[in-house]
Design a protein around this ligand. Structure first.
Ligand code: GRF
Length: 208
């Protein structure tokens, strides 16, 4: 694949600090990309305000009747909106729903997620708390391509942090988020430079 300006659509449910880190990299000129649209299943999510503050089209996506997945008409509407903005890369940034085959088929090998754990350890919800409760000595984050499983897709980048004595879920998550904000722009930069190739479970990074 050749290098190209990514046309990113972001899906998120919360604060949007990861979206912000990607946007900051774009604005700093260190990531060849444009965030074309931001969608959220939560009408008053901060991620929508962050996008609007920067003049990025941002809209609520009604995902009813489903509570935990993006499916049916909501999925079709999502794909329509992403396509209408010319999106070629979908960035899940704290999107609290399982994405289904319809979205993945519309953007093959172009849907990325960031997960707050060193996968395959601790998939699912509140992974930093899972790591803490388990007694892990290291935690971290993973940027991966999304497949039909939950947090199971081919891994692009991982960054580790120590779990420290006295950590709370909040302090550990904050330490992980510092690394997330480096990892997502880094992974997207590799994608924009045409350096990622998926070979089964493995992501081959050219030039590494
Ligand atoms: C991050 O920890 C991310 O790994 C997880 O959800 C959180 C989203 O945070 N998937 P933010 O909305 O990007 O601040």
């Amino acid at each position: 694949m050749d290098s190209a300006t990514l046309r990113i659509g972001v899906l998120g449910s919360g604060s949007g600090s990861n979206m912000q880190s990607v946007l900051d990299a774009v604005l700093a000129g260190t990531l060849d990309a444009k965030i074309c649209v931001v969608l959220s299943d939560v009408a008053d999510a901060k991620i929508l305000d962050r996008a609007r503050d920067h003049g990025i089209p941002a809209q609520w996506l009604d995902c009813a009747p489903y509570k935990t997945k993006l499916d049916g008409e909501a999925e079709r509407a999502c794909v329509r909106v992403l396509n209408s903005h010319g999106v070629d890369t979908v960035v899940l940034a704290g999107f609290m729903r399982i994405v289904k085959p319809g979205l993945l088929a519309a953007f093959p090998n172009r849907v990325l997620n960031i997960h707050p754990a060193l996968l395959p350890a601790f998939p699912g919800i509140a992974a930093w708390k899972q790591a803490l409760d388990y007694g892990a000595k290291a935690a971290g984050c993973t940027v991966h391509f999304v497949d039909e499983g939950t947090d199971t897709g081919p891994i692009i980048i991982q960054k580790a942090v120590p779990v420290l004595e006295g950590d709370t879920p909040e302090t550990l998550h904050a330490r992980i988020q510092v690394q997330e904000h480096l990892a997502y722009p880094e992974a997207l930069r590799l994608l924009s430079e045409g350096r990622l190739r998926v070979d089964g479970r493995r992501v081959i990074i050219a030039g590494c």
